[in-house]
Structure formats: structure tokens, C-alpha cells
Design a binder for this molecule. Sequence first.
Ligand code: ZN
Length: 295
Amino acid sequence: MPDQKTEYLWFKDCGLVIRADNVLFRISGEILASKSPIFRDMLRIPQPVNGETFEGCPVVCLPDDPIDTTAFLRAIFDSEFFEPYPAETDFETIHGVLKLSNKYLVDYLRRRALLHLSSRYPTTLDGWLAPAPTSWSIDSTLLIPAINLAREVSALWVLPALFYSLCMSTPHHFRSIARGVPFRGDKLTTLSQSDLELFLEGSHAQRECASAMLQFLWFPEHLQGCTTYAGCYGARCAERKYREGLLYELGYRPLELWGEAEWRQLPPTICPTCVKRMKSNHLKALKGFWDWIFL
Ligand SMILES: [Zn+2]
């Protein structure tokens, strides 16, 4: 493929050309060196006499993906491109900036990208149930690249929520997870062997937990303080049967199976005392599940 100049990263008064595959960037080596100790050391090494040049500028070739490199360099040279959270951004940008700022030790960009990444994947149950605004959205096909990115940059705190999301979004498609997903072209991106095993084990448990999360509907049979046991228990069991029938259709998402809408839809024959006890038991189950995925 012919070389391709990056229009918005082509500063004619600058004297360094960066190459990533066939994509070229003309930028200031001094600014880049001031942000990254890795580039500072790299650019100190004298260029070989017969080294590659482009329009009279020395060329530094990077082994990185051109899309990642574009996002990373743009974040450095265009101050409006990658603003701190909660400014809006997208996964491709976070991927490029985080991966390369981690690799080239640009700390302020690494921190900024980690804040964006973490905004979708809270570490507390309250944060998951009542999430703060996120600065980006993600298609479920990008969850595997997101897990691989988190592994690569050691952002381990986002992994439980990411694995949960992957299982929730693909409850019946294990084969496609094992095969991998297309990411940037036709090439399939897969989980590592150990993460695939983790996913398979976790998704099995998540299925079990989805059913167990509804246990508060029928267990314990006698709820303390209830004076209309027969009517309440009959209605609770009927609700259980109905909700369990929806499990396959709703997917195995224990944290989302029951919320405000479902509480409002409970039959009025269930007394307020029972509802109060059921709410308490449901919250305990939610906390138990959250603690389990963060183990
Ligand atoms: Zn009752």
C-alpha cells in the first residue's frame, strides 16, 4: 500500500516523520521527547547515515498499529482531541492512547485514558446499579479487545465487570467467543487461553447465579411478620415460575434481572411486610454475587 500522510498530524515546520506501517506523521520530535522518556532516549540515538528519510526528514518506524498510533499522537499534539473524563470519547481512541501511553510512558495520558476506561466498569455494586455518566459507549463485539487491553496495561480492576458484561451479552455463543471477534479488519481477536478458561468457568457460574438471584421470591417460605402467608406465598411462587421462564430470553444477567420496574409489577396480594423482607434478601444476594465476581 502506498504511504499515506496523516493530514491533521502533518506539521510542515516540524522535522520528524513517524511511520506506523504505511501511515506517516510529521511532528515535533522535541515535543514528543518532552512527553515520553522512551522517545527521548530513542531520539537521542543518532540516525544512521543511510536511514530512511521522507521529504528531507528522518523517519522513525514504530511497530505499532497505525490506528493506535494516530490516536496516541493526536492526543499529544491536538489538545482538544482527547480531553479528560467526562468529555466524550470512544473505544478506538481509548485503546490507542492507553496502549501506547502505557508503552511509551506518557503518564498523564495513561491516567486520563484509564479514567475513561474505568468510567464504564465500576468496582462497587452501587456504582454498577446507579452508574455515573460514562464518557464512551461500547459495542458487545469490542468486549474481547477491551479485556485484552485491560490485561496489557494491568488495569485489572475493570476485568470483573468486563467479564460479566461479556457473559451477559453473549450467553449462548460460546463457540464464537472461543473463535474470536473481528477487530480492525478481518483478523480475529481472541481471549488468551487463560482468560478463555476464566470466561467459560465464570459464565457457567453466572448462569447458576442468575437463577439463584431470584431465590428471594420463594425462599424462605415463611417471611417474618407476614400474617397472610397462604396468599403471599402462593403469589410469590407464581411470580417465581413466571420470572424463571424468562431467564433464557433475558440472558444470564444476575445484576439486572430484578429492579425497580419488577418491584412495581409484583402482585398486590403480596403484603408489604413480605415485600420489605424480599427486598432485603434480594440486596443480600446482589452483594453476594458482586463480592463473588470480584474475588
Ligand atoms: Zn406476606
